[in-house]
Design a protein. Structure first.
Length: 150
């Protein structure tokens, strides 16, 4: 994001801010309120305020103060990303039956084909299409797609 602001590509910077905002909203909606989840959201909001500060300084300073942060948002060090936290250890794989998408499964990256097949065949939409019969063939492209031939 810093590269986008330095390069005066504010539309890209705003798009990345929207991505963070959407991820925070999804995180809040996905679980029950706990102290640790609240801490994660608070940290995310603090970073969000820092990211909008170059484009909306008055709003950022008001939000910074409301969050109880010391000093000014503009004086705070720019947030650094931790590359190890950016690695996703799961993958969402679409499942097709006879070439038509019927659902998706989430499995750990690099999962064995047996696990992927079991998860895919356990989907309600896939079972409905198979109508109690075993599939003729299950084609698995690892970490990409599952195609069930009924």
């Amino acid at each position: 994001m810093a590269e986008e602001i330095e390069g005066l590509r504010f539309n890209r910077a705003v798009a990345q801010i929207y991505e963070l905002t959407n991820a925070l909203a999804k995180f809040v909606a996905a679980g029950t309120a706990t102290a640790s989840r609240a801490a994660v959201v608070r940290e995310g909001v603090i970073v969000l305020v820092q990211l909008v500060a170059p484009m909306m300084p008055h709003l950022a300073e008001s939000a910074w103060s409301a969050l109880g942060q010391p000093g000014m948002a503009i004086d705070a060090p720019w947030p650094e990303s931790d590359p190890t936290l950016l690695v996703d250890d799961t993958v969402v794989i679409p499942v097709q039956v006879n070439g038509k998408r019927r659902g998706e499964i989430t499995v750990p990256k690099g999962s064995a084909n047996e696990l992927v097949e079991k998860e895919a065949l356990s989907l309600e939409a896939v079972a409905r299409m198979l109508d109690g019969k075993p599939p003729k063939k299950v084609v698995i492209v690892p970490d990409r797609i599952v195609n069930v031939v009924a």
